[in-house]
Design a protein around this ligand. Structure first.
Ligand SMILES: [Zn+2]
Length: 445
């Protein structure tokens, strides 16, 4: 313990000599905003596509940037060029567990033909910065980095340690990223809070004509099912009842009759109380109920498949997402019971986790809300569930209070460009988001 005490004394001595004048002056915001936009452009131009999620170049860029502010980034090699990066800014109270600023460096692939802009050009046009990862989630990572570096530059010692953690493969299953860091470096992480991607601000996404900022407190559970129908191969000229395609189609049809509403969810109830009538769009429809998407169909004999051969095997996958608090095992049993056909096997491909939603009665949640309202006084701020999965879920599974926030206002059409074509982030909102994050990190939490 003596070394710890000495360390604390050294820390107190160091903070005592910090020039208060610098703090009062505050950041040079126009310069900070310009620099952050340029850094985001350089970051988006790196093609950290998953697969293969090679994050050597993205990690090098972030490490070099942190170094300019005197912050040392540690790199963790999970193998196969899967690099994770961690930076720690010590806080006033080293006995408190840290806040982790969580982000991922990888992005999903693109179909360049569908883009008007170069998907890795990061060009600024019509007030947007365009490119894969501009929303999901390189912008939030640069905002987190900037806010952290500003604290250091301004000599502000945060309430507790803040750890910036950039992972490599969130866009697959995080096995080499957040999952790997949790498995191999938990002692260095062990956070009180995680702040990750998730909720966003919007004037039409949640409710038409109402400015709402969603802070995500829970993800839906991922239940991937593989259906495999076994029939008898035959000549297409003579129809048979044991056609694997017909068996599969009937099974899918029965599976799709699942009840979308399960147990009432307290977060959804709170959203209704805060927002009122929900907008009718794919995001809000998915947020408030259990969902199922038919994502793949595979069948036929030969490549390309022969039109005159009835195959003996036909397969499909169903991407199901359940609200927190729903029992995934019961859900899968229910689907099997609905299909109830010995010729069809149903296999679970994912490992659904249900850590439940994070509580909101924390100083951090209050600080985030206050920071959003300072920039957007007319906004409604509410906890939400997000329809997709994030790395935050892995930390919730460890009992960590985890929130998701991309603190920009974006319309539903812009939000829908994540994982789609013409992904973009509004530049003026990116500027505002820097202020929001800065306010959060220098608050008491
Ligand atoms: Zn993401």
């Amino acid at each position: 313990m003596p070394s710890r005490s000495l360390h604390l004394i050294a820390l107190l001595a160091a903070t005592a000599f910090l020039p208060r004048v610098v703090q009062a002056a505050g950041p040079d915001w126009p310069a900070v905003e310009d620099h952050a936009v340029q850094l985001l452009q350089r970051y988006v131009r790196i093609r950290s596509i998953n697969p293969p999620a090679d994050t050597r170049e993205t990690a090098a860029l972030l490490k070099a940037e942190f170094a300019t502010g005197g912050l040392v980034a540690q790199l963790f090699d999970a193998g196969s060029n899967h690099i994770n990066l961690m930076v720690r800014l010590p806080g006033r109270d080293r006995t408190k567990k840290p806040l982790i600023l969580l982000n991922h460096m990888d992005v999903v692939p693109v179909d360049p033909k569908q883009w008007k802009q170069d998907p890795f050009g990061a060009q600024i046009e019509d007030g947007y910065l365009w490119g894969r990862g501009s929303l999901d989630m390189k912008s939030t990572a640069i905002i987190q980095l900037t806010a952290l570096m500003l604290l250091k530059q301004q000599g502000i010692v945060p309430a507790r340690d803040i750890v910036f953690l950039a992972n490599c493969d969130e866009e697959s299953d995080g096995r080499n990223g957040a999952g790997w860091m949790i498995a191999h470096h938990w002692a260095e992480l062990d956070p009180e809070y995680v702040l990750d991607e998730g909720g966003v601000g919007s004037e039409d996404l949640y409710r038409a004509g109402r400015k709402v900022f969603g802070i995500s407190v829970g993800d839906k559970q991922v239940v991937w099912l593989k259906l495999r129908a076994q029939g008898i191969a035959a000549h297409g000229s003579q129809p048979i009842p044991d056609n694997a395609n017909d068996i599969l189609l009937a099974a899918i049809e029965k599976a799709r009759q699942f009840p979308a509403t399960g147990k009432p969810d307290p977060v959804i109830a709170e959203m209704r109380a805060n927002i009122g009538v929900f907008a009718n769009n794919k995001f809000m429809n998915a947020v408030q109920q259990n969902t199922m998407s038919l994502t793949t169909l595979r069948s036929g004999v030969g490549d390309p498949p022969k039109p005159n051969v009835i195959p003996s095997i036909a397969e499909a996958t169903l991407d199901c997402r359940l609200l927190p608090g729903q029992n995934a095992e019961e859900f899968v049993s229910d689907i099997k019971a609905r299909i109830n056909d010995r010729r069809v096997s149903v296999d679970l491909l994912s490992e659904p986790k249900d850590p439940g939603a994070s509580r909101t009665d924390t100083p951090l949640f209050a600080a985030i809300k206050k920071a959003i309202l300072a920039q957007n006084p007319d906004a409604v701020v509410t906890p939400i569930i997000v329809p997709y999965g994030t790395d935050a879920q892995k930390f919730r599974a460890k009992g960590v209070v985890s929130y998701g926030l991309m603190p920009f206002i974006a319309d539903a059409a812009t939000v829908a460009t994540m994982h789609s074509d013409s992904e973009r982030v509004p530049v003026d909102q990116f500027h505002k988001a820097l202020h929001i994050y800065w306010d959060v990190l220098r608050s008491e939490f």
